[in-house]
Design a protein around this ligand. Sequence first.
Ligand SMILES: *[C@@H]1O[C@H](CO)[C@@H](O)[C@H](O)[C@H]1NC(C)=O
Ligand SMILES: *[C@@H]1O[C@H](CO)[C@@H](O)[C@H](O)[C@H]1NC(C)=O
Length: 145
Amino acid sequence: MKMAFTFGARGFILLVIAVSFLVVGEARTIVVGGSEGWRLGFNYTDWALKTSPFYLHDKLVFKYAPPSDNSVAPNVYLLPNLLSYMACNFSSAKLLATETQGSGGGFQFVLNSWRPAYFASTMEDGKHCSEGQMKFFAIPWPLPN
Ligand SMILES: *[C@@H]1O[C@H](CO)[C@@H](O)[C@H](O)[C@H]1NC(C)=O
Ligand SMILES: *[C@@H]1O[C@H](CO)[C@@H](O)[C@H](O)[C@H]1NC(C)=O
């Protein structure tokens, strides 16, 4: 009986610590692709799986070199829904960052909405998205304020 109580109390304290960590937890800054940045030929679906869960107010930073004479730079679009994301259909997508906006500190996007955010690069007639794996989505975990 006493042991059960002790265990229960400890469990409760751990729960309180876990919950207050979540509530107080600072918004994180996450560089998309880590040290690889936002580039062609890196699997961002895989990266997002390994990086999740994402939380509300997390800052995603897209870093990429601007275009040069012999290289194309990506861009960043926000796709409206899962279907358009899967099909790489950009007809209702919103441009977030142009080819030049990923340099320096990079382009920042804050996950401040409860909806999943679908990201992709349109470059090279959509090949960055369809064949180049330059797409992923982030579902922010719902946290109280
Ligand atoms: C990218 O990663 C995902 C998740 O790990 C995997 O299912 C998929 O096959 C990978 N794509 C390629 C082209 O390797
Ligand atoms: C692309 O999405 C738009 C709506 O966002 C839709 O009207 C159109 O039919 C889609 N195109 C294809 C090829 O699915």
